[in-house]
Design a protein around this ligand. Structure first.
Ligand code: PLP
Length: 454
């Protein structure tokens, strides 16, 4: 009977992450059954282009047999083992070596975790441990930015600069400070150039550091391109202006490459695209094409050596996860990295990104779109009630949800973030599917006009 349908069992038992729980009680789930290439199919057989690569992660699309085989081989050989207390295994060693060789700047060591949140949480702890090692226990505050997304653990939700992640969770915790969001369209003064905007933000950062006291600030976290905050590409000179200030006050830079890593922006790392030279780099998602949970934290030699000195004094580095460097996840990540290299996936992204960006930016002319922004194979549309005045729709979030729902009806999965919608397809997408994706998105936008303006 109806009580046994997957949808009714979902409503009966399943507490969904990132979901309007009240709406879910009436609306129920969209049940995805299988995937093939850049497409997924629901339990009625309906086809969708996955325009967000699940959650910004399925770089190789669905049905990549080599990843299935890599997992199966490792499952048979050594399905699980830990790496605490000097234990190790070949998949963990091999993946660490590969990542160090791929790093955008010289890095020394890799720590493994299971999610982007855990990688960033680890980076927070490493920053604190490092400053204890250097005998400056007061240098512990961490800077992040308004609209940043760094995860949902207590510390990383605090770094995240979005109200949903703070309100009702009593966050942020102490010692976290948010500086300006580098979104020119929203936050520039009238007539201010991108260059002048970046200069002003760098000055504002320095003012914050001086107000807090440079001796109290340990690190700044930054996504090269902000993802969940609305796909915000900073001005070209932003990091060039920010980094000397961090260096001046001996503040570490942590690059959160959880979305940008592994080709998304048209270079292997977003740090390369945006000119970042991080001391610590975190990555996840496309590391395994999302097939299994795994994340990594790379640290510079200076950070690593200080941590070794601290460990000499106090003993064990007291942090790690049961599944750090899980051998099956590591084997899948190694195979993923091999595929990236063999198929020159970054080359593919560079080849198709011009079409993707042309189709995206053409939508800036749509009556509902205030800004179309992006780089490589990631982008967003910001929906506005009035293009001239940039007035947002009210209440916040409705417009994105409307376009999101109409896209889904139309065979395209994207993601709404407030008044913006994001597109971030599997990196393997071809030109024909890029065109089809934007055709479906355009149809959804047109259908949204009477709903939002009606
Ligand atoms: N950092 C960034 C930039 C992210 O986009 C995400 C997730 O979307 C995270 C961290 C958190 O990763 P996870 O959801 O795997 O904990």
């Amino acid at each position: 009977g109806a009580g046994n349908s997957a949808a009714s069992r979902d409503k009966a038992y399943f507490l969904h992450p990132y979901t309007n729980l009240h709406a879910h009680e009436t609306q129920g789930p969209l049940i995805i059954e299988r995937g093939e290439g850049v497409r997924v199919f629901d339990d009625s057989g309906k086809e969708y282009i996955e325009g967000l690569a699940s959650l910004w992660c399925v770089s190789l699309g669905w049905g990549e047999e080599r990843l299935v085989e890599a997992a199966t081989r490792q499952m048979r050989k050594l399905p699980t083992y830990h790496v605490f207390g000097h234990k190790s295994h070949e998949p963990g060693i091999d993946l660490a070596e590969r990542l160090i060789k791929l790093a955008p700047v010289p890095m020394s060591k890799v720590f493994f975790a299971n999610s982007g949140s855990e990688a960033n949480d680890t980076a927070v702890k490493l920053v604190w441990y490092y400053n204890n090692a250097l005998g400056r226990p007061e240098k512990k505050k961490i800077l992040s930015r308004v609209k940043a997304y760094h995860g949902v653990t207590v510390a990383t939700a605090s770094l995240t600069g979005l109200v949903n992640n703070h309100r009702d969770f009593d966050l942020p915790i102490a010692r976290i400070q948010h500086t300006d969001c580098p979104h020119h369209y929203r936050f520039a003064e009238p007539g201010e150039s991108e260059e002048d905007f970046a200069t002003r933000l760098a000055e504002s950062l320095e003012a914050l550091i001086l107000a807090e006291g440079p001796d109290t600030i340990a690190a700044m976290f930054a996504e090269p391109v902000m993802g969940a905050g609305g796909v915000i590409v900073p001005p070209a000179t932003y990091f060039a202006k920010i980094q000397p200030i961090l260096k001046k006050y001996d503040i570490l830079l942590v690059a959160d490459e959880v979305i940008c890593g592994f080709g998304r922006t048209g270079n292997f790392w977003g740090s390369k695209t945006m000119g970042m030279e991080p001391d610590i780099l975190t990555c996840a998602k496309q590391l395994s094409s999302g097939y299994l949970p795994i994340s990594a934290v790379m640290v510079s030699d200076a950070v690593y050596r200080a941590c070794v000195e601290e460990s000499k004094k106090i003993g064990t580095f007291g942090h790690g996860y049961t599944y750090s460097a899980h051998p099956v996840a590591a084997a899948v990540a190694i195979e993923t990295l091999k595929i990236y290299e063999e198929r020159d996936l970054v080359g593919h992204v560079r080849a198709v990104a011009p079409l993707f960006q042309r189709r995206l930016k053409a939508l800036a002319d749509h009556p509902l779109v205030g800004e179309a922004r992006g780089v490589g194979l990631i982008g967003a549309l910001e929906l506005v009630a009035d293009k001239e005045t940039k007035t947002p729709f009210d209440p916040v979030g409705r417009a994105g949800a409307v376009v999101n729902g109409l896209s889904q009806e139309n065979g395209l999965i994207i993601r709404a973030m407030g008044d913006s919608v994001a597109v971030c397809p599997p990196l393997v997408i071809g030109e024909e599917d890029i065109n089809l994706m934007f055709d479906r998105l355009t149809t959804a936008l047109d259908a949204a006009i009477p709903v939002l303006r009606g």
